[in-house]
Write a protein that binds this ligand. Structure first.
Ligand SMILES: Nc1ncnc2c1ncn2[C@@H]1O[C@H](COP(=O)(O)OP(=O)(O)O)[C@@H](O)[C@H]1O
Ligand SMILES: Nc1ccn([C@@H]2O[C@H](COP(=O)(O)OP(=O)(O)O)[C@@H](O)[C@H]2O)c(=O)n1
Length: 224
């Protein structure tokens, strides 16, 4: 049987993690798992049901009664919340503004990590998020912490939004990204951190192809 490895990509918002993860997974024939989409899905449900996002117990209970499924698609991954496709809905500004609050609760993270470990178990996988190298896949053969300046990341998100017909001022996006990074890095439970054995990749001056090639090269080294 051919060898397969687990690849963990972590880093702050809009660093290019999911774009690169998709390309690498496709090239290697691996499963791609966007863990941010899972936190976004439970946040969408909490907003819809009007639960208090600051209440960890309530948030944890909500997740216990929720089904989140991921399905590979041509564009990467479809996300289902209790059987309904929410792939588009989870990208709304409303969800983006609340997701870090929801993701700060231990009751939520414990369940998510368990589910993510089951999804990744025994297969070649590229998983992206904030705590993949530190918590979800501590034994991953390749861990990369990807980043770029906040200006570059905001500008990438701005261009992405423009293509989707969303017109948020660049300055607002930069503030939103910086606020989310701060909250994700300062939370008590599994904060956003580079794992000790992760490699750091600054993508500020790299194209998508260059960043993907860099990670594919590192993956090939571990496969040979
Ligand atoms: N190296 C890169 N150079 C330029 N644009 C990039 C690069 N990597 C990603 N992008 C673009 O930046 C945006 C955000 O990337 P994304 O993969 O969603 O980031 P993340 O998953 O880290 O939040 C996307 O529109 C993507 O096409
Ligand atoms: N493994 C993960 C993945 C995401 N998250 C949370 O989920 C949010 C959304 O993640 P995302 O990857 O979809 O965010 P973007 O960088 O794509 O905007 C993050 O800001 C974190 O608060 C997390 O806490 N742990």
């Amino acid at each position: 049987m051919t060898k397969s490895i687990q690849i963990a990509l972590d880093g702050p918002a809009a660093a290019g993690k999911s774009t690169i993860a998709k390309i690498v997974a496709e090239k290697l024939g691996y499963v791609y798992i966007d863990t941010g989409a899972m936190y976004r899905a439970i946040t969408l449900k909490a907003i819809r049901e009007g639960i208090n996002l600051k209440d960890g117990e309530e948030a944890g209970r909500l997740l216990t009664d929720t089904r989140i499924d991921l399905q590979p698609s041509e564009d990467g991954q479809l996300v289902f919340l209790d059987g309904k496709d929410v792939t588009e809905d989870i990208r709304s500004q409303n969800v983006t503004n609340s997701v870090s609050q929801m993701a700060s609760h231990e009751s939520v993270r414990k369940q998510m990590v368990k589910l993510q470990q089951i999804l990744a178990s025994g297969r070649g996988v590229v998983m992206d998020g904030r705590d993949i190298g530190t918590q979800v896949l501590p034994n991953a053969e390749l861990k990369v912490f990807m980043s770029a300046t906040v200006e570059e990341r905001a500008s990438r998100r701005y261009e992405e939004n423009k293509k989707r017909g969303i017109d948020t001022p660049l300055d607002d996006l930069q503030k939103e990204i910086a606020a989310r990074d701060k909250m994700d890095s300062e939370r008590e439970v599994s904060p956003l951190r580079q794992a000790q054995d992760a490699l750091y990749l600054d993508t500020t001056k790299l194209t998508i192809d260059e960043a993907a090639s860099e990670i594919l090269k590192l993956a090939e080294e571990r496969l040979n």
